[in-house]
Design a protein around this ligand. Structure first.
Ligand code: APR
Ligand code: PHB
Length: 386
């Protein structure tokens, strides 16, 4: 079997890349190790930057997003038991859209099914046999299949295999693990606030988010040693309640969890994002802490860049964009890492943090809240406008 671009990984990055390549008549195949159901049901953040909305509309999957997505003019930061609004519409004349990653994934899957793209789900034992003249081998329904392609794109996430084929003497890895995690809960309860609230309270970090006007998504900071089986719904709600500012805490609507999970916070970058005829996009190349809600936005920005580069190569025989892909994406990756890291540090209590640092953080947030310049910068970074 031959194709032009072989995509390893059928998450949001792989699905969008396949759709954009197919729309440009560039033959491609996705190899996904899990089932479609598993991929579709992974719960992740749901805040789309305006640039991401534009990319999804261009790909032809913007209809439901525009109908069901909720536009937010701003978000809130709460500390010292007060709530401060960051009005992005007023400061930077733009909005973010609340639309769960599961919905983005489902829209991409539905679109790809309609245009009959080739996706192998439950593709097992994928082996990359050659990276100069790309060739992979895998098993599907206990049949061994070989595919030759001109390029391989690793959209296989943080635990993927493609990055391993960039030689150790070429690859540079930058990684940082945070000393705490996020415990998240999804519930069919009315969100406590019409827009997000990021909370840095003496009891630690809390985040009040949502998926719709009737479905809430909450997070609290927890230690890296926590196990989900030790967290009943009641224990979660009690701990979330402690982080909430007094003005709103008694409006919290609790209810049974639909999903509960613990996510380790990590920053990670691989340089370069390509080698010979192998390219990396999305979580395969970088991980950001979830504080800035950047993971999906950054992944789809890579894919937009790479699909344009393949279009230039296959339709105009120009290699320029492919050659610049890694440099161009890494510039945005590091700006996003900087913002996500700053926002994470500003809003969390680090276990080994001294009082001086805690007090300095509070004053830094107070400065920000009272400075239009700093709020303008924050609004633009949250919108992905670096
Ligand atoms: N072979 C085939 N598929 C693989 C392999 C492999 N060896 N390893 C991983 N995969 C698949 C996973 O099953 C997953 O479906 O690659 C896909 C990677 O998807 P994501 O991890 O979601 O990464 P990406 O598509 O880049 O999307 C980034 O997803 O995880 C969130 O926070 C992240 O919002 C961000 C977005
Ligand atoms: C979410 O709704 O899951 C979410 C929102 C904002 C974040 C992180 C996660 O910064």
């Amino acid at each position: 079997m031959d194709t032009k671009v072989l995509i390893i990984g059928g998450g949001p990055s792989g699905l969008l890349l396949s759709l954009l390549l197919t729309k440009n008549d560039i033959d491609n195949i996705i190899l996904e190790k899990n089932t479609a159901l598993h991929v579709a049901n992974r719960i992740r953040a749901g805040i789309l930057e305006p640039g991401t909305v534009k990319i999804l509309k261009k790909a032809g999957v913007g209809k439901r997003l525009c109908k069901e997505g909720i536009k937010h003019n701003g978000f809130n930061i709460s500390f010292n038991n007060k709530i401060y609004h960051i009005n992005m519409k007023k400061l930077a004349n733009d909005t973010v859209t609340v639309y769960g990653q599961t919905e983005v994934t489902k829209d991409l899957m539905d679109k790809l099914a309609k245009i009959n793209t080739k996706i192998f789900y439950k593709a097992n034992n994928i082996k990359i046999l050659n990276i100069i003249k790309p060739k992979v081998e895998f098993t599907h329904n206990s049949k061994k299949i070989k595919i030759n392609s001109q390029f391989i794109v690793g959209c296989d996430g943080y635990h993927g295999i493609t990055k391993n084929f960039i030689p150790k003497n070429i690859k540079k890895i930058y990684e940082k693990e945070y000393s705490f995690s996020w415990l998240g809960l999804l519930s069919d309860t009315k969100p406590i606030s019409p827009e997000l609230i990021y909370i840095n309270n003496t009891n630690g970090f809390g985040l009040c988010s949502m998926r719709s006007k009737t479905r809430s998504r909450y997070y609290i900071q927890c230690s890296n040693k926590e196990r989900i089986k030790d967290w009943s719904d009641d224990r979660f709600w009690e701990n979330l309640y402690k982080t909430l500012p007094s003005d709103i805490k008694n409006t919290l609507q609790t209810g049974p969890s639909i999903e509960k999970s613990i996510a380790q916070l990590r920053s990670y970058v691989i340089e370069p994002m390509n080698y010979k005829n192998i390219f990396l996009a999305g979580d395969a190349a970088h991980i950001v802490p979830p504080t800035g809600a950047k993971g999906l936005n950054l992944a789809l920005s890579d894919v937009n860049c790479l699909s344009s580069a393949f279009k230039s190569y296959f339709h105009r025989k120009s290699e320029e964009e492919l050659k610049n892909y890694s440099k161009k994406c890494l510039s945005r990756v590091w700006k996003t890492q900087n913002f996500s890291s700053w926002f994470t540090n500003a809003l969390h209590n680090f276990p080994d943090e001294d009082n001086f640092t805690k007090e300095m953080k509070k004053n830094m947030l107070l400065d920000l809240i009272h400075s239009n310049t700093q709020k303008f910068n924050l609004a633009n970074k949250y919108l992905g406008k670096y």
